[in-house]
Design a protein around this ligand. Structure first.
Ligand code: ATP
Ligand code: MG
Length: 570
């Protein structure tokens, strides 16, 4: 499916099962080849997060890609926590990751795994490598290791202990495991080639001593496998066929292949790399999001200003909008930059037909209809969404005093201004034509009240054709409107200045969050967490899932209605 062919179904809940369409991406072409050549007879993929933070939009791409490929080829998709690095706070991250993956619709069924479950097998494989003369225990310190490694232009030097006997290596590795050595005192290295042009192949460390308590395995181990050794083994044990990762691992692929070959797995997985999703002027890296959270700049990992998956969820994004976005971004080997505006486009398209269009005034100014009798009120019918009749209609009350947007009145109108100004007539949405007759100001000259007269003949839906007006504005009835907090967001980064300062700190936008007290039609008071609405002319809004005000909702603006985003041409 190309970007300009994206179609949507009425309720916005359609499933996107793959990130592709008629034009297969390069990964699918590789898979097709593997299946045709009989290298594999099925497809099995996985998403392997490290539980050291919350997931973000980049991870969503990886999740949906891996899950989509499994679905497309009738295969299976695993969720595996890459917990080879003992860290704290793990269970919170594990739980949030599970929730996010499920929310995106990537169903791993009963295939939830932990790399730490394979520590015994990894240890056995390390022994096997030692016995094959393919691994040895090194005494080099980290600093010596660096000196021996060489550089991009110079080959490395052999480790003085490289030719230790198998027996000695087995004994020393046993002693490493038994806790005889301090952290960093000994390592186990793969015996590959210190002169390789690929530094990753210069006898990489595969086990290190680390006296750390692991969340899953407790104190059972004081040696832990390194990522480049552990990851291919995890894949192979789970029967993964295509191990899809991002480009920074391209240079590690020879090592990946070396590990699965030397470990003698009968049907080794293969690694395929694609370019990371990168959003222009948006903080995506886990490390940076973590910093914003820890520095208290945002309200946790799910702050609606973040592109963490939980932040996007809380902001009001839907899984299908995120799927559409990653689909539009495509899968490629070359690094591209994506616009946040494209993500906004996707959520707008998703919500346009599915949300009710409600009235809320974010920046209120009082409007008084001088010729509307005091104490009188009437009910008006308002369709919930003209694009989607199934959403029905609702009743609004109308009376003499209303709230309108401050921007919808100008005492001295600028050229082409079509809204209210002295002497001008506009339509009040779903109601009547009103004409501005005067206005009041306070001592500072600020407009405090706008006075109008209305024409009873012009009631909406009455078929009145006597004259036309150029502007239509929205309003709420002051008598029954409810005041609710509404949060308006801007990029947390000052886009003019770019994401990072010279010292590596983030260029924060001080105006990334503004809370206004909006006057809303009464029905909005009943909104429940995650209920989404269009507030006419003001954007799409979602009832916050964490905060409320005296039992009434707090709304987050998901996205405004206007867009600068254009769908790319084919
Ligand atoms: P970060 O770069 O934010 O620190 P990470 O790569 O360290 O993330 P992991 O938990 O190691 O996070 O990643 C899990 C999987 O998600 C990996 O396969 C990784 O390649 C993939 N991934 C991470 N960031 C992106 C991204 N921006 N686009 C696509 N895939 C990504
Ligand atoms: Mg990582």
């Amino acid at each position: 499916m190309s970007t300009d062919e994206i179609k949507r179904s009425g309720d916005g809940t359609e499933k996107i099962d793959s990130l592709n369409g008629e034009n297969k991406n390069f990964i699918e072409l590789e898979i097709d080849k593997d299946l045709a050549e009989g290298r594999y007879d099925h497809v099995q993929t996985r998403f392997p997060p490290e539980p050291n933070g919350y997931l973000h939009i980049g991870h969503a791409k990886s999740i949906l890609l891996n899950y989509g490929l499994a679905k497309e080829y009738g295969g299976k998709f695993n969720l595996r926590f890459d917990d080879t690095n003992p860290t704290k706070e793990k269970s919170e991250f594990v739980e949030s990751i599970k929730e996010d993956v499920k929310w995106l619709g990537a169903d791993y069924e009963d295939r939830l795994f932990f790399a730490s479950n394979y520590f015994d097998q990894m240890y056995e494989i390390a022994l096997k490598l030692i016995r094959k003369g393919k691994a040895y225990v090194s005494d080099l310190t980290a600093e010596e290791m660096r000196e021996y490694r060489g550089t991009l232009t110079e080959p490395g030097k052999n480790d003085p202990m490289r030719d230790r006997s198998v027996e000695e290596n087995l004994q020393l590795f046993q002693e490493m495991k038994d806790g005889k050595y301090a952290d960093g005192e000994k390592t186990l290295r793969a015996k590959i080639d210190m002169t390789s042009s690929n530094i990753n192949m210069r006898d990489p460390i595969i086990y290190r001593v680390a006296h750390l308590t692991h969340q899953n395995t407790g104190d059972k181990w004081c040696i832990y496998p390194m990522y480049d050794f552990a990851h291919p083994i995890e894949d192979a044990i789970e029967g993964i066929t295509h191990s899809i990762c991002t480009l920074e691992f391209e240079d590690h692929r020879p090592l990946y292949d070396w590990v699965v070959r030397e470990a003698e797995f009968p049907q080794p997985p293969r690694q395929i790399e694609f370019a990371k999703l990168y959003l222009k002027n948006v903080v995506t890296g886990k490390r940076y999001i973590k910093r914003l959270v820890e520095d208290g700049i945002v309200d946790g990992w799910d702050d609606p200003r973040l592109v963490s998956i939980s932040g996007l969820r809380r902001r009001g994004y839907t899984p299908s909008s995120i799927k559409k976005f990653v689909e539009m971004a495509g899968v490629s080997k070359s690094q591209a930059v994506n616009d946040y505006a494209a993500l906004e486009y996707c959520i707008r398209e998703d919500l346009k037909p599915s949300c009710s269009r409600m009235l809320a005034v974010l920046n209120p100014l009082k409007l008084v209809i001088d010729n509307y009798p005091e104490g009188q009120s009437e009910e008006l019918e308002a369709p919930n969404n003209l694009e989607n009749e199934a959403l029905g209609s609702r009743k609004l009350t109308f009376s003499r005093e209303l709230w309108i947007e401050r921007e919808d009145f100008m005492a001295e109108p600028v050229p082409k201004y079509k809204r209210l100004y002295p002497g001008n007539e506009v339509r009040l949405m779903y109601a009547y034509f009103v004409k501005c007759v005067s206005y009041e100001t306070d001592d500072a000259g600020n407009v405090t009240v706008v006075h109008c007269t209305y024409d009873p003949q012009t009631k909406s839906g009455s078929g009145f054709e006597g004259r036309k007006v150029k502007g239509t504005i929205h309003w709420v009835n002051a008598q029954d409107a409810v005041q609710l907090p509404v949060r308006l967001y801007e990029n947390i980064i000052d886009e003019e200045k770019g994401v990072y300062n010279e010292d590596g700190s983030l260029n924060l936008n001080p105006n990334s969050l503004t809370t206004v007290q909006a006057w809303c039609e009464p029905a909005l008071k009943e909104a429940k967490a995650y209920d989404r609405f269009q507030f006419v002319r003001n954007g799409f809004f979602c009832a916050d899932s964490k905060d409320s005000k005296d039992g009434a909702p707090v709304f987050n603006r998901i996205v405004s209605l206007k867009s600068s985003f254009k769908l790319p041409k084919k």
